[in-house]
Design a protein around this ligand. Structure first.
Ligand code: SF4
Length: 459
């Protein structure tokens, strides 16, 4: 009995899942040489993020722009289709990328599934070793959330729910405010979204991890700073900004988006947070696609986890990625303690390095801030999708094994090769970048889905 318990403990406390370790090594070798830097996290700490596609294309809000193909709203939301497709896509992701990855339950609007169907989709993702995050416009009531988290038998279905709420003034049709004039108009909707999760935690003990998404166009670029500041105050753990791209439904493109560069959006976030947001020392994929700043908010002030100007912090990063990259710390306390002991036994140098880093971080945050400032993790992200006009030729050339001659298409090829956001195709056994999914594959996929799942009364 004790021996078998010890064997299970030993198995579960293995620092890195072997399938994940293999996926990391393969991904690293696949990356273009230009992004294989000491700062790179893809292939060293994570194979990247994942998302579903074609599982519930329909949405009941209208975004300008909208990344979904024109036909998406002609496809019926159907729970059986969703669960089967999610299951197949996650099975392939597990086979190719190991366990413990973050996967977005994304497509159209997830809450159109209803709480039962939504719960079944999340359970399918967890069964395949994913950490699911539901992507929503956030226009739902507490009752929906409670029925998602608590089964009909009154039992808690999930200990932790991860949600990303998309709130911006380019979205039309929200029940509380159908035509917001600016980002400030949505402040109450953001507050209600977070309040519902707090209530769920209070009443049922379900923890939450919330992200805030915002699409940025010339129209709302000047309001990014205010949104960044308010997400810190409201309790989101991540604020992600997506400069708009010409992809998806052309009827929903209203402006010229090229001027909203990743640099300009980043500068606005820094203005809102009130400090420099260092990002170059921790890179996810290609810097033209992604920028992230990982930090702690305490007493209303944001502090980076690693100081990019301190050589000791950079050495700690290198040591960590060298011996702990790919480790998943989302485990029970006993398993986590045994796993930590095993890691330290293998690399004792980690202990003084971690202690030194912890000391420096405490000093940067401030001891009073740590004690009384309600410290919590807060990440700022910009993810810049590409225009369909460059993704199409870039993907075609990659499929033919050619390097494009046009500089902008070649740049798109490099970005696709370093992509950090994959979608799975079980029929072909392939993973494709989300840009390719939206720019190249979605239109045809949605035409087929429209035949398979027609909306009643409509062909
Ligand atoms: S989905 Fe597109 S923008 Fe995002 S990381 Fe992949 S290639 Fe870059």
């Amino acid at each position: 009995m004790i021996r078998s318990w010890l064997r299970v403990l030993w198995e579960r406390s293995r620092p890195i899942d072997p399938a994940t370790a293999t996926a990391l090594r393969d991904r690293w070798l696949d990356l273009p040489l230009g992004v294989r830097t000491p700062a790179q996290l893809i292939g060293r700490h994570t194979p990247g993020c994942e998302g579903t596609h074609g599982v519930f294309p329909r949405c009941n809000l209208s975004c300008t722009p909208c990344y979904h193909a024109r036909e998406a709203n002609s496809v019926r939301t159907d729970v059986e289709h969703t669960v089967a497709a999610v299951d197949a896509q996650m099975a392939l992701l597990r086979r190719l990328r190991g366990n413990g990855q973050h996967a977005q339950l994304i497509g159209g609007e997830v809450t159109l599934l209803g709480p039962e169907g939504h719960a079944r989709a999340l359970e399918a993702m967890e069964r395949h070793g994913r950490k699911p995050m539901s992507m929503t416009h956030g226009d739902f009531d507490y009752d929906y959330l409670e029925r998602l988290a608590i089964g009909p038998d009154g039992r808690r279905r999930f200990r932790l729910l991860r949600f990303a709420g998309h709130f911006d003034s380019l979205m039309l049709g929200r029940r509380s405010i159908p035509r917001p004039r600016n980002e400030a108009d949505l402040q109450q909707a953001r507050r209600t979204f977070v309040a519902n999760f707090r209530r769920l935690r209070r009443e049922h003990g379900v923890r939450f991890d919330l992200a805030h998404n915002m699409t940025v166009t010339p129209r709302n670029l000047g309001q990014v700073a205010e949104v960044a500041r308010s997400t810190m105050e409201l309790g989101f753990g991540m604020a992600s900004f997506q400069p708009a791209a010409h992809v998806g439904n052309p009827r929903r493109w209203r402006e010229r988006y090229a001027d909203v560069t990743i640099d300009r959006v980043w500068a606005e976030i820094e203005r809102g947070v009130g400090t420099r947001l260092p990002w170059q020392h921790l890179q996810v994929g290609d810097p033209r696609c992604n920028r992230s700043a990982y930090g702690i908010v305490a007493a209303g002030r944001w502090t980076p986890l690693l100081d990019d100007r301190d050589a000791r912090d950079l050495r700690t990063r290198d040591l960590f990625l060298d011996c702990c990259g790919g480790i998943d710390v989302a485990r029970g306390p006993v398993v986590l303690a045994v796993m930590t002991a095993r890691v330290l036994a293998r690399r004792p140098a980690l202990l003084p390095a971690a202690a030194g880093w912890g000391w420096r971080l405490s000093r940067r945050v401030g001891f009073w801030g740590l004690l009384l400032g309600r410290p919590r993790a807060m990440t700022f992200v910009v993810h810049a999708f590409m225009d369909a006009a460059v993704v199409g030729p870039a993907w075609d050339a990659l499929e033919r094994g050619q390097v494009a001659e046009q500089p902008e298409v070649r740049a798109a090829q490099e970005r696709l090769q370093a992509c950090s956001y994959a979608m799975a195709h079980p029929q072909s056994g392939r993973l494709v970048p989300a840009c390719v999914q939206h720019a190249v594959l979605d239109p045809e996929e949605n035409l087929a889905l429209r035949e398979l799942l027609p909306i009643v009364g409509q062909r």
